[in-house]
Design a protein around this ligand. Structure first.
Ligand code: HSE
Length: 347
């Protein structure tokens, strides 16, 4: 049986989603993948880092988190106030980095990832900041330390987008991407199309755990920008800065505009796009996030609610579209779970 000693840093919606899946899918991991995962450490910003050599009890952790009680109430743990110090002192085989996205400097996630790779741990992450702002640096660090870095759930949660384009479509030349990459805004726009009010629906998206901690990141398009930067790096090998993405959110979209689009047999969607364009003989990558009124015959126009979708335009496959959930506790946890399973050949 292969063994993974796992550390989860960031124990909010996403970290808890992964932990829950590790518990509910324990038998599947053992029988189908010959894999046993021992969760040895968990950290959150409020309670610091806890470690237990023999493994932590997941139901106990989920109970403590749900009751907003300190994780240190878990029996028999060692505690560090600073997660980075705890990680450096204890290590493991894999770090699941699930702290919140920070698009300014990618902290604290990027420091956790650097520390883990430097001490020889593979890293899986749902945190968009490090992948959006420092993909090249972190891939180089992973190569240097001969570890894997995977990030399936940074784009469209556990819906397989990154593995589809990088592995499933290996060798194809992708020349354009168009997608609905933010669940919260799609949820809001879809509900507005049924005549509901913006503020009510945003509150609903927050209560479902779809929205970012600061929902401005969703409604102003920054979350979709982060995913666009990740795709620019992973699919086109280009490092773009956030300000190089032409961005417009949905906050100025009125009920009247939504209704007018419906009258014209269109739907307004927040569309992220990347395409190679010729610029004075050189090829450049154009990146945009903006509301677009799509005609109903466009597959993306009919993707509603928290669902996301992405279309790749390629040389060998023409168009490939992937549709699936883009946010949520278990949906994002699933991306981390598949990343974890994909590490088996590297253990
Ligand atoms: N806030 C994000 C969304 C979560 O609504 O899509 C997933 O990245």
């Amino acid at each position: 049986m292969k063994q993974i000693r796992l550390s989860i840093i960031g124990f909010g919606v996403v970290g808890q989603g992964l932990a829950e899946l590790l518990a509910t899918k324990k038998d599947v991991l053992q029988h189908d993948f010959d894999l046993e995962v021992t969760l040895v450490s968990v950290a959150n910003a409020r309670h610091g880092f806890i470690y237990r050599e023999q493994g932590l009890n997941i139901p106990t952790l989920l109970y403590l988190a749900a009751e907003r009680q300190p994780l240190t109430k878990h029996p028999g743990v060692k505690h560090w106030a600073n997660p980075l110090e705890g990680l450096r002192a204890t290590g493991g085989d894999v770090l699941a980095e699930a702290t919140g996205t920070n698009l300014h400097d990618a902290e604290p996630g990027i420091s956790h990832i650097r520390a883990a790779m430097t001490q020889g741990m593979h890293v899986i992450t749902a945190n968009k900041g490090p992948a959006a702002l420092a993909a090249q640096e972190l891939f180089a660090l992973a190569r240097q330390h001969q570890v894997q870095w995977r990030m399936e759930s940074t784009v469209m949660a556990g819906t397989p987008v990154i593995s589809t384009v990088r592995e499933g479509m290996a060798g194809a030349n992708v020349h354009a991407i168009r997608g609905i990459l933010n669940g919260t805004t799609n949820y809001i726009l879809s509900a507005m199309a049924s005549g509901r009010d913006y503020a009510d629906v945003l509150a609903e998206a927050q209560s479902q755990g779809y929205a970012e901690a600061d929902p401005t990141a969703d409604v102003e398009g920054y979350d979709a920008v982060a995913k666009t930067l990740i795709l620019a790096a992973l699919v086109f090998g280009q490092t773009l800065k956030p300000e190089q993405v032409i961005r417009r959110g949905i906050t100025t979209i009125t009920k009247e505009q939504v209704q007018q689009a419906i009258d014209e047999e269109k739907r307004i969607k927040l569309i992220a796009s990347l395409q190679t364009v010729s610029d004075n003989g050189a090829t450049a990558l154009e990146a945009r996030v903006e509301p677009v009124a799509l005609p109903l015959h466009d597959a993306l126009a009919r993707v509603d609610g928290v669902m996301n979708a992405i279309t790749f335009q390629t040389d060998t496959l023409s168009e490939v579209t992937v549709i699936g959930p883009g946010a949520g506790r278990l949906q994002t946890g699933q991306g981390l779970l598949s990343d974890l399973i994909s590490l088996i050949p590297f253990l």
